[in-house]
Design a binder for this molecule. Structure first.
Ligand SMILES: Cc1ncc(COP(=O)(O)O)c(C=O)c1O
Length: 438
């Protein structure tokens, strides 16, 4: 098996064989429902057939001789995954990398750690956690469950949307930090998305992390659920204490696998997996590698994923660049066809973009957006999430609905044309959300 450094370099280099062809890509994703134009990689990711086959081989290794697998294979294989992630994210030490099920689990680890500081009186009631208003719903609920209920105060940073530039994000974040401190609060934890989910925008995390450090925020957790395989991650450059990303969204792993990076510090020994097992007390990476008997195969396919990446021109970097360029091109095609605007400039789009939808669709609430999404799925076979934005006072004919489109290697221009034509048909026929069945 190739060393992690070699594998990562290989994954980013040009393949010696001829690059994967469009028909080979389609065959890698031939298990996708062929009737659906799937422009929503962001929600659940995707897994190519060759990786599903690899996952099955790992599952059979377990079923063939479970004891041998447990005693001799599982931990070295998880270590291999951790080493590959260490190299992909530029972490100093493999002990800083734990493999967990998903970003939700990573958030629970970080927030339970913070809650213990409230319980032990290291943090006081009224001390604050700061996060973006656009933080992921499950993360916000975790903050409520672990922090608010232990006496912590929550500061939400409101960001404008649509957004013109990252400086708007920086200045809103700074205002919220200053306001929190002016009220005499100690800000104990900042939770910052690398790419927000809905609406999706790349957040200038390096700048925000630096600002938090300058302002004396104790701990910083970056929720990069959408990041690995989508944008570059350099955890040393970012400088946060904790960073998580899902490997099943943009890195072709099967559902579900994620990593949690925890910067080396004295506190590392007090981080625990929420599921207590025989490994309790042996360090987070060990605790996370055994949470009782389960199927670990999704966490073990990373070496095969690295091989898969070498089949693409420019490896992972090439995939990310092309996905970004293609999603921007398709987003611009859609806003032109619909007479609207992008929700964020191209440099704040990753492999996902927010596309304004025609105001005449009458999207007046989040449930309207959900109904329209269902209608597009059922009547036009297009899968795309839609974001509702409340109009500002005095706005005339505001765009209140934004389609979040994704581009992954399996997407073709026709997927976006289907979305364009479906929406145009609704507009021509005068359909509004009010006419869709509740
Ligand atoms: C920003 C963000 N954080 C966390 C999550 C949770 O990821 P998971 O459901 O894989 O735990 C998501 C899922 O889409 C997300 O977008």
């Amino acid at each position: 098996m190739a060393s992690p450094a070699t594998a990562t370099a290989a994954a980013n280099s040009k393949s010696k064989q001829s690059p994967i062809s469009p028909s080979e890509i389609q065959s890698e994703f031939s298990h996708h429902d062929p009737t659906i134009a799937r422009v929503n990689n962001g929600s659940f990711g995707c897994c190519p057939a060759s990786i599903i086959a690899a996952q099955h081989r790992h599952q059979l290794l377990f079923l063939r001789q479970p004891d041998h697998f447990y005693y001799n294979t599982l931990k070295p294989s998880i270590l291999q995954t951790r080493l590959l992630i260490q190299s992909l994210i530029n972490a100093d030490h493999v002990d800083e990398v734990s493999i967990v099920d998903n970003a939700t689990t990573a958030a629970a680890i970080v927030l339970q750690h913070t809650a213990r500081a409230f319980f032990s009186s290291a943090f006081q009631p009224g001390d604050a956690v700061i996060l973006l208003h656009y933080a992921y719903g499950a993360v916000k609920k975790s903050v409520h469950a672990y922090i608010s209920r232990t006496g912590g105060h929550v500061i939400e940073v409101h960001l404008p949307f649509p957004i013109k530039s990252s400086s708007e994000i920086v200045s809103e974040f700074e205002k919220a930090l200053q306001l929190g401190k002016a009220n005499g609060r100690k800000i104990r934890l900042a939770i910052i998305d690398h790419i927000t989910s809905m609406p999706c925008v790349i957040i200038p995390i390096t700048e925000l992390v630096r600002m938090c450090r300058d302002e004396g925020v104790d701990r910083i957790f970056v929720d990069g659920a959408h990041a690995i395989g989508n944008v570059e991650i350099d955890v040393k450059g970012i400088g946060a204490d904790f960073y998580t990303s899902n490997m099943h969204k943009w890195l072709f792993c099967p559902p579900s696998a994620a990593f949690l990076y925890c910067k080396m510090s004295d506190e590392l020994s007090d981080l625990h997996h929420p599921v207590v097992s025989h490994e309790y007390g042996n360090g987070l990476a060990m605790e996370s590698s055994w949470t009782g008997t389960r199927d670990n195969s999704a966490q073990l396919v990373l070496p095969e994923v690295m091989e898969f990446l070498t089949r693409f021109e420019g490896g992972l970097q090439g995939i990310m660049t092309r996905n970004h360029e293609n999603v921007v091109e398709m987003a611009q095609m859609l806003v032109k066809a619909w007479g609207t605007e992008l929700g964020a400039p191209p440099e704040l789009c990753s492999s996902m973009a927010m596309v304004g939808m025609p105001a005449c669709l009458g999207i007046k609430s989040s449930s309207d957006a959900l109904r329209l999404r269902k209608h597009l799925r059922e009547c036009f076979k297009v899968e795309v999430p839609i974001y509702y934005r409340a109009p500002l006072e005095g706005e005339v004919d505001p765009v209140t609905g934004y389609a979040r489109i994704s581009h992954q290697v399996y997407n073709v221009a026709e997927d976006y044309h289907r979305l364009r034509d479906a929406v145009n048909k609704l507009v021509t026929e005068g359909l509004t959300c009010a006419l869709l069945l509740k």
